[in-house]
Ligand binder design. Structure first.
Ligand SMILES: NC(=O)c1ccc[n+]([C@@H]2O[C@H](COP(=O)([O-])OP(=O)(O)OC[C@H]3O[C@@H](n4cnc5c(N)ncnc54)[C@H](O)[C@@H]3O)[C@@H](O)[C@H]2O)c1
Length: 342
C-alpha cells in the first residue's frame, strides 16, 4: 500500500484551522509521511496546502478517492462530516486519521468502527491529548508511584476567543452551531481535558454537570462544570469555558495522590511540577514542549500503525469515552442528577 521508499502517502481532507498543526506534524515526520493530496470545498485552501506540500489539490474527497495516489487520509472536517468521509475513505481501502470528536452520536461512531473492521484498515481518532508531552510525563510519574495512589484530580480549561481566534473565524462558525458541533465546549475543547483524566484515573463511571452559555453567540454551552466519579470510586472535577475577553491563568491539571501532587500549569510551553517528599514544585516536565507538540508524536504513531502494523497508544474505541462523558454531562444538566457514562 505504500510507495517504494516506505513513506505513508497522506491526503489532507479539510484544509482549515487545524490543518496547520497536521502540516507541521508531517514536516516533523518527513521520514515517514508525505502529503500527496489536499482536499477542501474551498479550492483556494486546497491549493494553498498543495502549493506548500507539492500535493495535488481536489475540491472533494470523492474526487480525490477516484484519482487515488495516497494510502491514508487525515480527516480534518467539521464533525458533522466525519462519518461520511471516514466511511468513504475506509471503503476505498484507505487508513484513516480522524479528528475528534469521532462523530456527533454513538451510533455514527459504531458505524465508523464497523467500517474500519470490515476494511481492515487503521482507524485512529486524533485525540492529541494522548500525546501531550506534559500529560505523558504526568502519566509516567503516576505509573512510577511519584505521588502514591491517585486520590483526586482537577482539570480546567478556560479559553478566550482572543487567543483561539483562528478556530472561530467567519460569520457563524460551525463551532457556534449546535447542529454542526454536536454541543459546546464540553464536547469540543473538553475532550482534550477528559482524555488525560482517564489516563490518570481510569474509566469514568458517572457525571453530574451544570452548563451555561456566557458566550452569547455560541448555541451550545460555553461553560461546563462537572464532577466525575470514576469506576475506582475516586472523583475529579472538570471545568471548561470559552469567553470573549481576557482571562487569568490557572493550572490545566492538578492530580493529588497519597504521597504528593502533580501540577500541569497553563503555560503552553509546558511545565509539570512535582510535589512529594523529594520535590517541592520543581519542573520535571523535561524539555517543556507544550500542547502544540502533541501533533507530531500523534502522526508518528499513526504512520507506524499504517506502515509497520504497530498498535496505537489508544485505539479508536477509547475516543468514544470522551464523547460519552460529554453526552452524559448534557443529560445531567437536563435531569439535574448523576448520569452514567457507559
Ligand atoms: N485536536 C485539536 O486540538 C483540534 C483543534 C481544532 C479542531 N479540531 C478538529 O478538527 C476538525 C476541523 O476543525 P477546524 O477548526 O480545522 O475547522 P475549520 O472550519 O477551520 O476547517 C474545516 C475545513 O473543512 C472544509 N470542508 C467543510 N466541509 C467539507 C467537505 N464536505 N469536503 C471538503 N472540505 C470541507 C472547510 O472548507 C474548511 O476549510 C474538527 O473535527 C475539530 O473538532 C481538533
Amino acid at each position: 500500500m505504500t510507495d517504494a521508499t516506505s513513506l505513508l502517502r497522506l491526503a489532507i481532507v479539510g484544509c482549515g484551522a487545524i490543518s496547520r498543526m497536521h502540516l507541521n506534524a508531517v514536516e516533523a515526520n518527513r521520514d515517514r509521511v508525505r502529503i500527496t493530496a489536499a482536499v477542501d470545498l474551498s479550492r483556494e485552501r486546497a491549493e494553498a496546502v498543495a502549493a506548500e506540500t507539492g500535493a495535488v489539490a481536489y475540491g472533494s474527497l470523492d474526487e480525490a478517492l477516484a484519482a487515488g495516489g495516497f494510502d491514508a487520509v487525515a480527516i480534518l472536517l467539521p464533525p458533522a462530516h466525519h462519518e461520511r468521509a471516514a466511511c468513504a475513505a475506509l471503503a476505498a481501502g484507505k487508513h484513516v486519521l480522524l479528528e475528534k470528536p469521532m462523530a456527533l452520536d454513538l451510533d455514527a461512531c459504531e458505524r465508523i468502527l464497523t467500517a474500519a473492521r470490515v476494511a481492515s484498515r487503521v482507524l485512529m481518532v486524533a485525540e492529541n491529548a494522548q500525546y501531550w508531552p506534559e500529560v505523558v510525563t504526568a502519566k509516567r510519574l503516576i505509573d512510577e508511584g511519584a505521588i502514591g495512589e491517585v486520590l483526586t484530580a482537577r482539570a480546567s480549561s478556560f479559553a478566550t476567543l482572543m487567543i483561539a481566534a483562528s478556530f472561530y473565524e467567519g460569520e457563524n462558525p460551525w463551532r457556534f452551531q449546535k447542529g454542526s458541533a454536536g454541543g459546546g465546549v464540553a464536547l469540543d475543547i473538553g475532550s482534550h481535558w477528559i482524555r488525560p483524566l482517564r489516563m490518570f484515573m481510569g474509566e469514568i463511571d458517572e457525571v453530574v454537570a451544570i452548563l451555561d452559555r456566557p458566550l452569547a453567540q455560541m448555541e451550545g454551552e460555553s461553560l461546563a462544570r462537572a464532577l466525575l466519579r470514576f469506576r475506582s470510586g475516586r472523583s475529579a472535577s472538570f471545568e471548561v469555558m470559552l469567553l470573549d475577553g481576557m482571562l487569568g491563568m490557572d493550572a490545566f491539571f492538578r492530580v493529588v495522590g497519597t504521597r504528593g501532587e502533580i501540577v500541569i500549569d497553563t503555560d503552553m510551553g509546558g511545565r509539570v511540577q512535582l510535589f512529594n517528599d523529594q520535590h517541592f514544585g520543581e519542573s520535571v516536565g523535561g524539555d517543556g514542549l507544550g500542547y502544540m507538540e502533541s501533533y507530531a508524536p500523534q502522526l508518528r504513531d499513526f504512520a507506524a500503525a499504517c506502515l509497520d502494523g504497530t498498535p496505537l497508544a489508544a485505539g479508536p474505541e477509547m475516543a468514544i469515552g470522551e464523547l460519552r462523558a460529554a453526552l452524559a454531562m448534557y443529560r445531567s444538566a437536563e435531569s439535574r442528577r448523576w448520569e452514567k457514562v457507559w
